[in-house]
Ligand binder design. Structure first.
Ligand code: AMP
Ligand code: ZN
Length: 414
C-alpha cells in the first residue's frame, strides 16, 4: 500500500489489510496530529485499509509536524524553547557561537591576542567551549587535571587527549596525585571537607597555578546556564551573600590570581550537549561516580521543573541577577589577600585553603609556630574568617563553585 507523507513530501510502502491507527502506529505518527485521506475523502482511525489503497497523511498542526529553522527555514533539529525557536544544524552552531561571542563581549573576557587556558574535564560543556573558542580563532590551549577517580578519570583523560590530537591543539596535563601527593577519593576519606568540596578547591588551585606558571592571561571553564542558576539558587536559599557577590561570569586578575571566565553562561546544558553532538565531539557521558546525591543536582532538578512549567525561568533568574541583583551585593566583597606562607598563592589566612587541606590529608604539620602562644597549624583546623565550620557553611562550600572565594578570587566582583 502506498502512503504519501508531507513536510517533506515523500512516499513510503507499508503493508495494507489493517486499520488506519495501526498504520499510523507503525509510522510513529500521533493520530491527533494528522488527516488521513483516501480518494479525496477523510477516513477515521478505525477504517480498514487494503493493499490497493493509496492514502495521504497530512499534518494539521502548523509547525507541529516538523519545526523549521528560525533563520533559514530548513527542517529544524534542535528546539530552544526559552527562545521560542528551533534551528537546523548549521544555524544552531552559529547560534551557539553567537551566544559565546555575546558573553565574551559583555564582560570583556579576552581578546584575540590573549592566551586562554580552557579547563577541560572531558565532559560536553568544556569540550564544546574549547571547540567554540578554537572555531572563533582564539589562542586557546587545554588543561586537564587528573583527579584519580579510577576509570572515570582515565576515560576522561583519553577523550580530552583525542580531542586535542584531532585538532592539533595544545593540551597541558596535571596529575593531582603525582604533583601534590593525594587523589580525590583519598581526600574525601581523610579530609574534613566533603569530597566535592576538596575536589573543587583542588581544581581552582591547580587551574590558577597552571595559568600563572605557564603565562596564560585567563582561565576559561565550561560552566553553563544550568550550573550558574543552580549555584545561585543554592546560595540564595542560604543567603550566602559573599558567595552571591562573587558569582560572576568574569573575575578580574589581581595579585596572584589569574583572570577567570565562564563564556557558556548564556547557554543551557541542553544546548551545550546538542552542540557537542552536532559537532561530532566525542565526550564522556557518564557522570563523576562521586557526585551521587550532590546537593547541586537537586537544585538543578528543581530549576528544571520550574523551567518545564515556564520556559525562560532559569535564564531570567540568572541573567536578571547579573543585571539587577549583582550590583546590590558587591559591598559584601571585602577580602584582603596576601601570599600563602607555604606555596605563595594568595590567601586571606596564613596558609591557603589548599595547603591546609593537603597537609591534613597527608598528615603533615604546616609551618612552625609564629611565636606567642600560637601552635603549629594543622590542616583543616578552623582558622580565620572563612574557615568556620558550621553545617551551613560546609554545605554552602560543597554547593558553591565559588567555594572559599576570597582565597581563590579575591577582590571585588567586577
Ligand atoms: P564541575 O566542577 O565538574 O562542574 O566542572 C566545572 C568546570 O571545571 C568544567 O566545565 C571544566 O571547565 C572544569 N573542570 C572540571 N573537571 C576538570 C578536570 N578534571 N580537568 C580540567 N578541568 C576540569
Ligand atoms: Zn598554599
Amino acid at each position: 500500500m502506498k502512503v504519501r507523507l508531507r513536510n517533506p513530501d515523500r512516499e513510503v510502502e507499508v503493508a495494507g489489510g489493517r486499520r488506519v491507527r495501526e498504520v499510523l502506529g507503525e509510522l510513529g505518527i500521533d493520530p491527533d496530529t494528522v488527516l488521513v485521506i483516501r480518494d479525496r475523502e477523510l477516513v477515521t482511525r478505525e477504517e480498514r485499509l487494503s493493499d490497493e489503497d493509496e492514502i495521504e497523511i497530512r499534518p494539521v498542526i502548523s509547525g507541529g509536524a516538523r519545526m523549521r529553522c528560525r533563520r533559514c527555514k530548513a527542517p529544524a533539529v534542535v528546539e530552544v524553547r526559552r527562545h521560542n525557536a528551533a534551528f537546523c544544524r548549521g544555524c544552531f552552531v552559529r547560534h551557539v557561537h553567537e551566544q559565546v561571542k555575546r558573553a565574551i563581549a559583555a564582560y570583556d573576557m579576552f581578546g584575540p591576542e590573549d592566551r586562554v587556558l580552557v579547563a577541560v574535564s572531558g565532559g560536553k560543556d568544556s569540550l564544546a567551549l574549547w571547540d567554540v573558542l578554537l572555531g572563533l580563532g582564539y589562542l586557546a590551549d587545554g588543561l586537564y587535571l587528573g583527579l584519580g577517580i579510577g576509570g572515570y578519570s582515565e576515560r576522561s583523560r583519553e577523550v580530552v587527549r583525542a580531542f586535542a590530537r584531532d585538532r592539533g591543539a595544545t593540551l597541558l596535563e596535571v596529575d593531582l596525585a603525582q604533583e601534590y601527593g593525594f587523589d580525590v577519593p583519598t581526600a574525601g576519606r581523610k579530609g574534613s571537607r566533603s569530597t566535592c568540596a576538596v575536589c573543587g578547591l583542588s581544581k581552582r588551585y591547580v587551574f590558577n597555578r597552571a595559568a600563572r606558571d605557564h603565562g596564560y592571561d585567563v582561565i576559561a571553564t565550561g560552566h553553563n546556564l544550568d550550573d550558574e542558576a543552580a549555584t545561585l539558587l543554592g546560595n540564595t536559599l542560604r543567603w550566602q551573600t559573599e558567595y552571591i557577590a562573587r558569582q560572576f561570569p568574569a573575575l578580574p586578575a589581581e595579585e596572584g590570581l589569574a583572570r577567570k571566565v565562564k563564556p557558556l553562561y548564556r547557554l543551557s546544558e541542553l544546548e551545550t550537549a546538542a552542540y557537542a553532538f552536532l559537532r561530532g565531539i566525542d565526550y564522556v557521558v557518564e557522570e563523576c561516580p562521586l557526585v551521587a546525591g550532590n546537593t547541586q543536582l537537586r537544585y538543578k532538578e528543581a530549576m528544571n521543573r520550574l523551567e518545564a512549567a515556564s520556559p525562560g525561568t532559569k535564564s531570567q533568574f540568572f541573567l536578571s541577577y547579573l543585571e539587577r541583583g549583582a550590583p546590590l551585593f558587591s559591598a559584601e566583597d571585602t577580602a584582603e589577600l596576601h601570599p600563602c606562607e607555604r606555596c605563595g598563592q594568595p590567601t586571606t589566612a596564613r596558609f591557603c585553603a589548599f595547603c591546609r587541606a593537603r597537609a591534613q590529608i597527608l598528615g603533615e604539620r604546616l609551618g612552625e609556630p609564629r611565636g606567642g602562644d600560637e601552635q603549629g597549624e594543622r590542616l583543616g583546623e578552623p582558622r580565620g574568617g572563612d574557615e568556620r565550620t558550621s553545617p551551613d557553611r560546609e554545605l554552602a562550600r560543597s554547593l558553591s563553585e565559588e567555594v572559599l572565594p576570597a582565597e581563590i578570587y579575591g577582590g571585588p566582583a567586577r
